[in-house]
Write a protein that binds this ligand. Structure first.
Ligand SMILES: *[C@@H]1O[C@H](CO)[C@@H](O)[C@H](O)[C@H]1NC(C)=O
Ligand SMILES: *[C@@H]1O[C@H](CO)[C@@H](O)[C@H](O)[C@H]1NC(C)=O
Ligand SMILES: *[C@@H]1O[C@H](CO)[C@@H](O)[C@H](O)[C@H]1NC(C)=O
Length: 323
């Protein structure tokens, strides 16, 4: 990546902003919604609000220290069934092969909260989707998932090229595989996924160490995601001269040995969003938040109280795209 081009970094002004009312919505409509507004109505997300509205309501802004903040409305108490405003931000730039680096101080978390940092191509699932950060409720481990059109799977034993300098072992990736079918079908949209074994990868554990850097590299040979805690960010990233060949094994790796990358992943936007409830946070709610676990009796009841969204914010140092 030494010869790559630095395209842009946040501030927010470089990005398109939209605020959406997001509760409740189905996992599927979440993806339909991803193409672009205007959105279908019905069992879908609420209306898309304008960038100026999101900014005037304090849902997206840049702090004095240049940290970009995106947040759920954390000051309005609502009746059950009313929508709570949230934010989605999407890059104007699209990329096919290339490297996305996101330096994040804080990610949203808490009961009913479903944040994601992802890349998504056109005509979903044709242009592909790479979920770099994703989780729900009080989970502590980040999930990294690829969704694609037919003909793409996750190779569990790809050719490994990276020697771990501590153990001497050759490694292809360091996270745990949780699903291998990448193609989205009429009956399943689970995708092929890895779970990071570290509690520093998501939610409070990530925020407690002031976050860190996620890097997503798409090449014809495969897709790789690295995570670096703030105390161990490689200097070549900080100096804006990233060289992934020096980073060691990635957290997650989808090899081209079982998926033709260039035909399944192209022209992707980079997106941050914060969903409330919906298929994943809603269906996992009773296990992870209900009863004695700290949340209200249901996901919909959780949404009514502004005080439940104290920690539902992205705080971003910068995003850089190299290609
Ligand atoms: C090397 O292996 C050790 C022990 O499993 C692990 O803690 C460390 O993160 C690995 N290093 C890299 C760069 O993957
Ligand atoms: C591992 O060791 C090799 C050879 O000394 C070095 O080039 C590489 O940068 C090291 N990688 C890491 C992740 O420390
Ligand atoms: C709402 O979120 C913003 C951004 O994280 C934070 O600065 C503010 O203190 C929060 N307000 C409340 C009432 O929690």
């Amino acid at each position: 990546m030494r010869s790559s081009t630095f395209l842009y970094a946040l501030p927010l002004a470089a990005l398109a902003v939209s605020a959406a009312q997001v509760n409740p919505r189905s996992h599927k409509s979440r993806f339909h919604r991803r193409s672009s507004p205007p959105l279908p109505q019905g069992n879908t997300p609420g209306p898309v609000l304008l960038r100026s509205f999101a900014q005037s309501q304090g849902l997206a802004y840049v702090q004095g220290d240049n940290t970009a903040v995106m947040t759920v409305d954390n000051y309005s108490d609502l009746s059950e069934g009313e929508n709570r405003n949230s934010v989605r931000i999407q890059s104007k730039t699209t990329i096919s092969t290339g490297l996305v680096i996101a330096d994040i101080f804080d990610m949203p978390h808490g009961c009913s909260v479903w944040p994601s940092l992802w890349q998504v191509g056109p005509n979903w699932p044709a242009g592909g989707e790479i979920d770099i950060i994703e989780g729900v409720n009080n989970l502590q481990l980040n999930q990294m998932t690829v969704h694609s059109s037919e003909g793409c799977t996750l190779d569990k034993n790809p050719p490994a090229t990276t020697v771990n300098n501590t153990t001497g072992k050759v490694e292809a990736f360091t996270s745990n595989i949780i699903a291998t079918g990448c193609a989205t079908t009429a009956t399943s949209n689970a995708g092929c996924a890895f779970q990071d074994p570290s509690t520093q990868s998501y939610g409070t554990g990530f925020n407690d160490i002031a976050g860190g850097v996620f890097a997503s590299l798409v090449q014809d040979s495969g897709i790789q995601i690295w995570r670096f805690p703030r105390y161990a960010i490689p200097s070549d990233i900080t100096s804006q001269n990233p060289d992934p060949t020096t980073w060691g094994a990635p957290s997650a790796y989808w090899s081209s040995s079982s998926c033709d990358i260039s035909s399944h992943f192209y022209n992707m936007n980079v997106v941050f969003d914060i969903t409330l409830c919906g298929d994943w946070a809603g269906s996992a709610y009773s296990q992870t938040c209900g009863g004695s676990k700290g949340g209200a009796s249901s996901c919909a009841a959780q949404v009514t109280q502004a005080s439940n969204y104290k920690y539902a914010s992205w705080k971003i140092n910068y995003v850089a795209i190299y290609q």
